[in-house]
Design a protein around this ligand. Structure first.
Ligand code: PLP
Length: 227
C-alpha cells in the first residue's frame, strides 16, 4: 500500500485513537487540546513510526534511552516539532544522553535521578518538562515513589534540586481496575500543586481522561501488539 503524506485517512489506528481521545475529553467538558496523546513507539522500527508522524503525531514515548538513540536523532532531523517522552526507568549514568535526546521525562522517582537530571539540564542549558512517577499500587517490582512520600519528594525536587515538577505519572497494577489509582494520582497532584497527570494506556486511556489525565501513553492500540 502506498501511503501519502498528511492525508487524514492515513494510519487509521492512530486516527481512531486521536478521535477517541478528543471525544472523551469533550465529554468531560474539557478543552479539546487538554489531553496530550503520547504515542508509545518502543520496540517499533523507524519504518513503522514514520507513517504515524506523517498522519500528524508529534509526541512519542520510549522506555529505553539506548533504543531511542538508535531511532529518534534520525526522525527528529526528518520531521519538525517532535517531542520525545521518556516513560521508562532512568539510570543516573544515562542522564546525559536522556537530557540530550528527550523533551519530557515521566519517571523521576528518586533523589539520585533528580540530582543527575538537575545537573545535566544546567550543563546542557536545556529545560525538560518533568513528572514524578508514583507507585500507586505500592508494587515491589515497580518503579516510583510511594504515595505517602510523593508530596515530600516533589517538594525536595523543587526546593533542594531546583527542578520544576509539572506533573505526576503512574502505571496502575496490571490486574486491577485502574480507577482508584487514577483517583489517587489526581489527589496527590492536587496536594503537590502539579497540574499535569500522565496516566492511561491502550486499555484504559478513556477512564484516565475521566479522572483528569493530561497525558495518555498509548502504544499497542496504535501499532498493534508488541512482539
Ligand atoms: C509500554 C508502555 C505504555 C503503552 O502501553 P500500551 O498498553 O501498549 O498502550 C504506556 N506507559 C508505559 C510506562 C509503558 O512502558
Amino acid at each position: 500500500m502506498i501511503q501519502t503524506a498528511n492525508q487524514p485517512e492515513n494510519h487509521s489506528a492512530y486516527r481512531d485513537i486521536v478521535g477517541r481521545v478528543e471525544k472523551r475529553t469533550l465529554q468531560q467538558n474539557r478543552q479539546q487540546n487538554d489531553v496530550c496523546l503520547v504515542v508509545v513507539s518502543k520496540t517499533h522500527a523507524i519504518d513503522k513510526i514514520s507513517p504515524v508522524i506523517e498522519a500528524g503525531a508529534r509526541n512519542f514515548g520510549e522506555n529505553r534511552v539506548q533504543e531511542a538513540q538508535k531511532k529518534w536523532p534520525i526522525l527528529k532531523r526528518q520531521y519538525d516539532a517532535i517531542k520525545l517522552h521518556l516513560i521508562g526507568p532512568l539510570q543516573s549514568n544515562k542522564a546525559r544522553e536522556a537530557v540530550q535526546l528527550f523533551d519530557v521525562i515521566h519517571t523521576i522517582d528518586r533523589e539520585k535521578i533528580a540530582v543527575a537530571i538537575s545537573n545535566e539540564m544546567k550543563r546542557q542549558n536545556k529545560v525538560l518538562q518533568l513528572f514524578v512517577q508514583v507507585n500507586t499500587g505500592e508494587e515491589a517490582q515497580k518503579a516510583g515513589v510511594s504515595p505517602r512520600d510523593a508530596e515530600k519528594f516533589v517538594a525536595r525536587c523543587r526546593d533542594v534540586h531546583g527542578l520544576e515538577i509539572s506533573g505526576l505519572m503512574c502505571i496502575p497494577p496490571f490486574d486491577a481496575p485502574p480507577d482508584s489509582h487514577f483517583k489517587l494520582l489526581a489527589h496527590l497532584a492536587e496536594k503537590c500543586g502539579c497540574k499535569n497527570l500522565s496516566m492511561g494506556m491502550s486499555g484504559d486511556f478513556e477512564v484516565a481522561i475521566d479522572f483528569g489525565a493530561t497525558h495518555v501513553r498509548v502504544g499497542s492500540a496504535v501499532f498493534g501488539v508488541r512482539t
